[in-house]
Design a protein around this ligand. Structure first.
Ligand code: CP
Ligand code: NVA
Length: 316
């Protein structure tokens, strides 16, 4: 597919999950993210969204997602509008389907961070502008796009057969890494205790994708099997937003699912360590590893800006 066709094909689309994009489209977004990163670093303007407005609906807290979307929109010449769900009528029970149709009359796109994935799907079904998933309980595709950009920067552009081991709770990050990694032919190992394995629905989708691309999805309880010769080690919090009340029982169950120097020794010599942040040092990852020479977590956080600009510039 030519670049022009690719651009046309992406306009107006929603960004709810990487499962909805072809490998070619994802690689296009990653190449565009690299291009936009160079532009930003060289202070060269790329204002393709002049006159466009993006609404940002947040039902959960955020540092990276909020700031990178707001700054990204400004850098593209557009205008970001922060909308706290508490201040919207939606927070007082106005139906999502009404909110979707009203906001479609004012805005050129919406990014939403919320709890139920089905709420984002409903918003997308009723809106006639692009809807971008800025994290749900099920998925976090913007993070994974930035993660793939980061892996390419450190490991080269061909991710086929590369081994990524995610250690910990089978949560939204685990689901999205399986899907995004499978799309690019990676081998994704998820090591979790039996009580906190990833949801079958997303495992099945990722396995189907992996079959097409020659990738591999392995779900295991064994952190050593997962991390053996891994090219990438990935951690996320044991208790995600909305699960604060379960923090103590989760800490007990997930205690051994930590990325520390011992685990690092099992991985490939040039392993990179990733974490979507915010991190809880001493829980899912040790201070030593997070601050150590293998860690690329701040490159990863920076790439949220560049990867999301690629999404915004392509979809809107
Ligand atoms: N990784 C991530 O999404 O960070 P925030 O919760 O700060 O947006
Ligand atoms: N799993 C975490 C990711 C935060 C970016 C959460 O949902 O809270």
């Amino acid at each position: 597919m030519s670049l022009l066709n690719m651009e046309t094909n992406l306009k107006g689309r929603d960004f709810l999950s990487l499962k909805d994009f072809t490998q070619e489209e994802i690689v296009y977004l990653l190449d565009l993210a690299d291009f936009l990163k160079t532009k930003t670093k060289n202070s060269q303007p790329y204002e393709v969204l002049k006159g466009k407005t993006l609404g940002l609906i947040f039902e959960k807290s955020s540092t990276r997602t909020r700031v990178s979307f707001e700054v990204g929109m400004v850098q593209l010449g557009g205008y970001p509008l922060f909308l706290s769900a508490n201040d919207l009528q939606m927070g007082r029970g106005e139906p999502i389907k009404d909110t979707a149709r009203v906001l479609s009359r004012y805005l050129d796109g919406i990014m939403i961070r919320t709890y139920n994935h089905s709420d984002v799907e409903e918003l997308a079904a009723y809106a006639n502008i692009p809807i971008i998933n800025g994290l749900t309980d099920a998925l976090h595709p913007c993070q994974v796009l930035a993660d793939l950009q980061t892996i390419r920067e450190h490991k080269g552009h061909n991710l086929q057969g590369m081994k990524l081991a995610y250690i910990g709770d089978g949560n939204n990050m685990a689901h999205s890494l399986m899907i995004g990694g499978a799309k690019l032919g990676m081998e994704i190992y998820i090591a979790s205790p039996s009580e906190y394995t990833p949801n079958d629905q997303w495992v099945d989708i990722a396995k189907e994708i992996a079959e097409e691309t020659g990738g591999k999805i392995v779900i295991t309880n064994d952190i050593h099997e997962a991390s053996k010769k891994a090219d990438v080690l990935y951690a996320d919090v044991w208790a995600s937003m909305g699960q604060e009340k379960e923090a103590i029982e989760r800490r007990t169950a997930l205690e051994k699912y930590q990325i520390n120097s011992d685990l690092l020794k099992k991985a490939a010599k040039d392993v990179i360590v990733m974490h979507c942040l915010p991190a809880h040092r001493g829980e899912e990852i040790t201070e030593e590893v997070l601050e150590g020479e293998h860690s690329v977590v701040f490159d990863e956080a920076e790439n949220r800006l560049h990867a999301q600009k690629a999404v915004l510039a392509s979809l809107i």
